[in-house]
Ligand binder design. Structure first.
Ligand code: IPM
Ligand code: MG
Length: 354
């Protein structure tokens, strides 16, 4: 079967990491019945410099006509804040990608890179954050005036219901026992509303244990006992913050993938890190966040769960032999971005051949 993948390399390290992701897609095309055709869809700060737009119409059309979007990272330090970055929000809003799926998994081989004490890591870290991705504080409702500035946090019933429904279904699909909802219901109306809907929908899922936790307490528990959590659903801003905190726990922000999803429609897959202009062009960025985003794409957009799992195993095998500098180990070779990508592709080839 053939699928069209729009590719936005973006700015900074974006092109370097996406190149490694593309190697993985090409490998799958070569060794399985599945085929990917790639179409360039430039977005971000570099394209803004050329065309005065961070998401030219042509790119957005290419994305809309594709089966999925592989996205690198956007943002340049020599442009006003948000000039490149807002392309991401435009795509999320424009395609109504209301789910932001952000799994964090600590590979056993990277336990030494986790900043937590062994006893706190305990049974390990394997959490999926499900962040609401189209409402709340990030929906551009606000104003900046001379003596004040404001943003409104608005949550609608439709917005809460669809993300919370997705989260219960996801927890069930993954065989998770518990779903945690993170909010600030002791203060915010938007959170009280969210919490009520969390429990209303939960009645359809008696087999799943429901847990409510305030965002401030959650941030503490996430570093004190991360093994307590499996699937975590939360609003847009809290999800933005805790997914970065979580990514830090798995050894490097460069390891964390994400999917911006509207089930059944064209969805966007991107590593959660930014364009990191300070290390761009040096060949040292970690491509694993991008490669694992492709795993998510296969799993969520194309139902290719097995190939997705092979990618995961290929990454784990590769990490035993060499690593990029952000996760380096004294007994292992330090690899460049493309060497890391090649090593993973090598492992993947062998798995797909068998
Ligand atoms: C993320 C990023 C974005 C967000 C920025 C670039 C707008 O931080 O994907 O988490 O806040 O959603
Ligand atoms: Mg963020």
């Amino acid at each position: 079967m053939k699928k069209i993948i729009a590719v936005s390399k973006g700015d900074g390290i974006g092109p370097e990491i996406v190149t490694e992701g593309v190697k993985v897609l090409d490998t799958i095309s070569k060794y399985t019945d599945f085929e990917f055709e790639l179409k360039d869809a430039p977005a971000g700060g570099e394209v803004w410099k050329k065309h005065g737009e961070n998401l030219p119409d042509k790119s957005f059309q290419t994305i809309k006509n594709a089966d999925a979007l592989l996205f690198g990272a956007v943002g340049l330090p020599d442009l006003p804040p948000g000039t490149g970055e807002s392309a991401v929000l435009k795509i999320r809003q424009g395609l109504d990608l209301y789910v932001n799926l952000r799994p964090i998994k600590l590979y056993n081989v990277l336990r030494d890179k986790c900043p937590l004490k062994e006893e706190y890591i305990g049974k390990g870290i394997d959490i999926t954050f499900i962040r609401e991705n189209t409402e709340g504080l990030y929906k551009n409702i606000g104003k900046l005036e001379k003596d004040s500035a404001e943003n409104l946090m608005v949550y609608t019933r439709k917005g809460c219901e669809r993300i919370i429904n997705y989260a219960y279904k996801f927890a069930k699909r993954m065989g998770h026992r518990k779903l945690t909802s993170v909010d600030k219901a002791n203060l915010l109306y938007a959170s009280k509303f969210w919490r009520t809907i969390f429990h209303e929908i939960g009645e359809k899922y008696p087999e799943i244990e429901k847990e409510d936790i305030y965002i401030d307490a959650f941030c503490q528990w996430l570093i004190r006992a991360p093994y307590k959590f499996q699937t975590v659903v939360t609003d847009n801003m809290f999800g933005d913050i805790i997914s970065d905190e979580g990514a830090f726990l798995i050894g490097s922000l460069g390891m964390a993938p994400s999917g911006n999803i509207h089930p059944g429609k064209v969805s966007m897959y991107e590593p959660i890190h930014g364009s990191a202009p300070d290390i761009a062009g040096k060949g040292i960025a970690n491509p694993i966040g991008t490669i694992l985003s492709i795993k998510l794409m296969l799993q969520e957009s194309f139902n290719l769960v097995e190939i997705g799992n092979e990618i995961d195993l290929a990454v784990e095998d590769a990490l035993k032999e060499g690593r990029t500098v952000d996760i380096k180990h004294k007994d292992l070779k330090v690899l460049t971005t493309s060497e890391m990508g090649n090593l993973i592709v090598d492992k993947l080839k062998n798995k797909l051949k068998n």
